[in-house]
Every structure is written in C-alpha cells, then in structure tokens.
Design a protein around this ligand. Structure first.
Ligand code: NAD
Length: 350
C-alpha cells in the first residue's frame, strides 16, 4: 500500500468541503475531482490549482498531479485514485459506489448511504466482493461536543441511557436542489436524505432499534410530494426509548439536537453551538452546567481520518456500510409505520 492514498472526489458542491479538509488528514492526498458542471470545476481549479484531465491526461498522471474530469467513471478507474469520495446526489450513490468497487477502490459515501434498503444491500454486496472499505459520512458523529456526549455514555458519566431525543430541523425551501432532485420522491425522501442525521445519532447513542412508531404530517411545503414533518418513537434493544424529530418546512433555524438522559445525568446539545448543557446528580440535580466540549467541530477531517486509518490498519471504520444501511432502514421503517399506522421492526441484517 502506498504511504499516502489518493482521494478522488465526485460532486463538487458538498465535495468542495471534502476537498478543503483532505490536506488536514494524515495519509491522504488529493488525486482528482469530478463534476458535470464545468463552471463549478473551473472555479475550484482556480482556487486549488488543479489541472483538467481532458488535455494531456497521461502527462498529468505521470507527474502525480491531481486532475479534474466530468466523467466519474474515469475518476473511479484511475490508478492514482485509491479512495473515492462520493458527494453527488443520493440517487447516484449506488452506481458511483459500484463503479468504484469494480475498480477495487475504497469509498467514502456521503449520507444517506443510498436511497433505499435494497440499494444499500446492493452497495454492501459490491463492497464485500471488492474486499475494500466503505464508510458512510455521518459527519454529526464527528462534531466534538457530540463526541464528548458519546464518551460520557461510555465512561459511566451519564449512567445508563434510558431516553434520548434527536432532531434534524431544516427548512428546505431555499437550498440548492429545491424543486429539483431533492423534491423528487423517486430521487430523495426528506426523512432519508436529511433526517438520517438525527436517525443516525439516535442509533449511535442508543444502539440498535427494536421497534419504531411514527406519526407524520404535511403543513408547510405544498409542492413536496411527501410529508414534511415526522415524530418518530423508538424502542431500543437495550430497553431505552427515544424520540426523533425530522422537520423540513418549518419556520425555525437549521439545527441538529442531541439530548441524552441517563441514570446519573442528562445532557442537551445542538450542533450550532460548541457547548453542551449537563446536569449531573452528584453535583446538582436541578441545575445545568455549561460544558465546553473542546475545539470547534472539525467533522469532515475527523471522519476522513477514521477511514484513512481503517484502510491503513485493515479495520472496520466507524459508521461503515452496514451501519449506514441500518440508518436508512430505520428511516424507511418510520415512513412505513406512519403510512400503515402500526409499529415496525427495522431491518438490521445486511
Ligand atoms: N454531511 C452533510 O451535512 C451534507 C450536507 C449537504 C449535502 N450532503 C450530501 O452530499 C450529497 C450531495 O449534496 P449537494 O448538496 O452537494 O447536492 P447539489 O445538488 O447541491 O450538488 C451536487 C453536485 O453533484 C454534481 N453531479 C450531479 N450528477 C453528477 C454526475 N453524474 N457526475 C459528477 N457530478 C455530478 C452536480 O453538478 C452538483 O455540483 C448528497 O448525498 C447529500 O445528502 C451532506
């Protein structure tokens, strides 16, 4: 294995965020970027001084210079690319992952892993056949204050977790893709595409979910063909319970919340502030303490570091393909519960 792995990034909107962090990750370097939008590519090429592969392609490769292309198949097949980072729209995740695995590459897949449970299974099958690594980019797991909360659930600070609340609240009316792929239920369901942040945090803290019960409604975005608000009740295998809210048309600032109740203490945090509020029985059971959780969140660099280390050490990365698939399955179980008016057991075997 080379000392430094080459990263090829597909989709240069969210992917530009990946690009900005690659140089902060030990063992990774930029090898290639790809987008259909040549203007977007040109802007990034100017900012980062990246050549364009359509001219003197072989010459560029011979000099180990990162290149840009509009063809993702070219990026996936290229020998300088060891790790493909897919930051294209959700409906393209499976075909891009299959192209990467067919060329024996590792994959960092933006959340959600794929649109459906069947697509997740197909992606995992392709990864197993390739024998390479697949990680789901659930970046919220890598925010420093959320990581601190996770450590407090593991080191006993909060005691046994018996309840949690997570939310993903994001008004979608003004973001790119409005009325386009993000609003086409064939290409993206809001609860899977966006709500997966909160669903995944719930699984990360609470463990696997035994049963889901969901109510949803549709008051805010008339052109949306699915419901735009979901209240999801979870019963975890551990006996803990939880509530996940996914809301996509509300008059409310964007935020992701993580609240955890344990037998020794409770904590509430949101991704838009770097601190958490903690209440511990042994200190004062009626009072919140403001807890700085360390440096500002560096989620993207941290998640790429996890995958780089997993490739290097041949270990399973945090938030691997199976975990990403379970989060998608949990979302679909909630949607099914809301449609059918009964509790559903989410699929966990992949
Ligand atoms: N982790 C996060 O918080 C976060 C935030 C935003 C988006 N995302 C995820 O990133 C992915 C992309 O979202 P986005 O907001 O950047 O979407 P977007 O629609 O704004 O941008 C997608 C980009 O992909 C390019 N593209 C489309 N088809 C392509 C193809 N065949 N080959 C190459 N490039 C192609 C488009 O030209 C565009 O530049 C989604 O899966 C989304 O869920 C994650």
């Amino acid at each position: 294995m080379p000392d430094t792995l080459g990263v090829g990034i597909i989709g240069m909107h969210m992917g530009a965020g990946h690009l900005r962090q690659i140089s902060n990750v030990r063992g990774l370097k930029l090898a290639a970027i790809c987008d259909l939008d040549e203007d977007l590519i040109r802007g990034i090429q100017e900012e980062f001084d990246i050549p364009f592969a359509t001219t003197k392609y072989e010459e560029l490769c011979a000099h180990d210079i990162p290149f840009a292309t509009t063809k993702y198949e070219e990026l996936c097949a290229h020998e300088d690319v060891d790790l493909v980072s897919v930051a294209a729209p959700d409906y393209l995740h499976l075909e891009m992952a299959e192209a990467a695995f067919a060329s024996g590459k590792h994959v960092m897949m933006e959340k959600p892993l794929a649109r459906t449970v069947d697509e997740c299974q197909a992606m995992i099958d392709a990864q197993r056949a390739a024998g390479t690594k697949l990680m789901t980019a659930h970046v919220a797991r890598f925010y420093s204050h959320f990581q601190k909360i996770k450590s407090w659930t593991e080191d006993g600070t909060l005691g046994e977790v018996y309840n949690l609340y997570t939310s993903y609240i994001h008004n979608y009316e003004q973001i790119p893709g409005f009325n386009e792929w993000r609003f086409d239920p064939e290409r993206r369901h809001q609860l899977i595409g966006g709500g997966c942040h909160a669903l995944d945090l719930a699984r990360w803290i609470g463990g696997e979910v035994a049963e889901v019960s969901c109510y949803s409604n549709h008051f805010n975005i008339p052109v949306l063909q699915t419901d735009d608000h979901f209240n999801i009740n979870l019963k975890f295998e551990s006996g803990a319970v939880g509530i996940v809210v996914g809301s996509f048309g509300c008059a409310h600032p964007y935020n992701i919340d993580l609240h955890v109740w344990g037998t020794r203490g409770s904590v509430i945090a949101t991704n838009t502030t770097p601190t958490a509020r903690v209440c511990l029985r042994q200190i004062d059971r009626h009072k919140w303490l403001e807890m700085p959780a360390g440096a500002a969140p560096k989620g993207l660099a941290a998640e790429f570091q996890v995958l780089a280390d997993a490739i290097r050490n041949d270990t399973v990365p945090e938030s691997d393909g199976v975990s990403g698939a379970r989060t998608v399955a949990l979302g679909w179980a909630a949607i099914e519960s809301s449609r059918e008016g009964r509790p559903i057991e989410p699929k966990v075997d992949f």
